[in-house]
Design a protein around this ligand. Structure first.
Ligand code: FES
Length: 124
């Protein structure tokens, strides 16, 4: 059973789409063969100024990534790195156990985007 909040985020996902001049992008999955999430970030002063996403996945994947963008926006990179799937599940008011793994995808893609950003800063 999905919560009303999850259904809202599924029906009206927030922060969707690409950021054309993103500072970094994190991708989890493969668009050719299944679940796939791409997270775009804009960073200012080591803080997430903007977080958007594209997803090909189940309703839980869409809703969990949508609320993840809301949780992460405005956070420092360090704060955002430690957002985990249970933070996402809690923010949605719960998620059926078989769907918990769906909430891993967005958090993993976000971490990948942040790591990519930090690595790009190191090489500049
Ligand atoms: Fe694969 Fe939800 S993302 S079942």
């Amino acid at each position: 059973m999905y919560t009303a909040k999850l259904i809202d985020h599924f029906n009206n996902p927030r922060n969707t789409g690409i950021i054309p001049d993103a500072d970094s992008i994190g991708t989890i999955g493969d668009p050719e063969c299944g679940d796939y999430i791409r997270i775009y970030i804009k960073v200012r002063a080591y803080r997430l100024q903007e977080v958007t996403f594209e997803v090909c996945g189940c309703p839980a994947a869409i809703a969990t990534t949508s609320i993840l963008t809301e949780i992460a926006t405005g956070k420092s990179l360090i704060e955002a790195m430690v957002i985990d799937e249970m933070d996402v599940v809690k923010a949605l008011g719960g998620l059926p156990d078989p769907k918990i793994h769906c909430s891993n995808l967005g958090t993993a893609a976000l971490r990948q985007a942040i790591i990519g950003y930090l690595q790009s800063q190191k090489t500049e």
